[in-house]
Design a protein around this ligand. Structure first.
Ligand code: NAD
Length: 233
């Protein structure tokens, strides 16, 4: 059975989600952009009874309003929109109280989520090797404003949580059109270990969001891509 999705935000990501939906057993039941949802009117009470999951790639302001509407509609959601961390706890509580299922992630690339787990495991292996220093480098296109990336900060936190006790030197570059490369390195006196994750195109984020929509269909609770991928902890 297909998962019927509502695409909320028909920008670059929303259009990719539409294009890739059939590959993931998802059927596009509706599309909402700002022209029909500037104040949440596209998600009014009783709207979209036939939809299983909304996929939201909008703006930080819009997603705050939209999450309240998904709760009111008892509509599960996949939230790819970034930049609303400060309101995260409040919104999470609201969704949990409403009993809906939400997958929220700053990075829906399955490879990036797995890469973070690999970096954490490597950091755990290297934690008792004081001869090795650690670094983390990321590069993105010159339109990306935040630096270091949220993904890089997440990788660093995961390495620290795995017990890596020394400095992890983080550096960021912004140039050209790079969709995103993260490298974790451990440098010893005569050798270097590097692990690299490279995004080739933004399709990876849409693919992850669609896989998450399939996964969260019929579930309740607040989840991350780690849950979708079956990673522990
Ligand atoms: P975009 O600017 O191309 O598209 C955003 C769309 O949202 C626009 O079409 C805009 O009109 C629409 N919109 C604004 N307010 C709306 C509202 N109230 N209701 C419905 N639609 C509304 O941006 P994008 O590149 O598609 O990215 C969207 C968001 O997703 C950004 O926050 C970006 O950082 C994030 N993003 C996340 C991931 C991830 O893996 N989590 C990956 C890529 C992008």
């Amino acid at each position: 059975m297909d998962t019927r999705i509502l695409i909320v935000g028909y920008g670059r990501m929303g259009q990719l989600v539409e294009r890739l939906a059939p590959e993931y057993g998802c059927q596009v039941a509706g599309i909402l952009d700002i022209d029909r949802n500037a104040s949440g009117e596209g998600l009014a009470d009783g709207a979209w009874p036939e939809v299983d999951v909304a996929i939201d790639f909008t703006t930080p302001d819009a997603v705050t309003q939209n999450l309240a509407r998904y709760s009111a509609l008892k509509l599960n959601a996949v939230v790819g929109t970034t930049g609303w961390n400060a309101r995260r706890d409040t919104l999470r509580l609201q969704c949990e109280q409403a009993g809906i299922g939400v997958v929220a992630a700053p990075n829906f690339s399955a490879g990036a989520v797995l890469f973070e787990a690999m970096a954490a495991h490597a950091a755990g292996l290297l934690k008792d090797q004081p001869a090795f220093g650690a670094f983390l480098h990321e590069i993105h296109h010159d339109k990306k404003i935040d630096a270091p990336s949220g993904t890089a900060l997440g990788i660093k936190a995961a390495m620290e949580a795995a017990g890596y006790p020394r400095t992890i030197d983080v550096a960021a570059s912004r140039a050209g059109h790079v969709p995103g490369v993260h490298t974790v390195g451990f440098d010893g006196p005569s050798e270097t270990i590097t692990l690299t994750h490279s995004v080739r195109d933004r399709g990876t984020f849409a693919r992850g969001a669609l896989a998450a929509a399939r996964w969260v269909h019929g579930k309740r609770g607040w989840f991350s891509m780690r849950d979708v991928l079956g990673l522990q902890g």
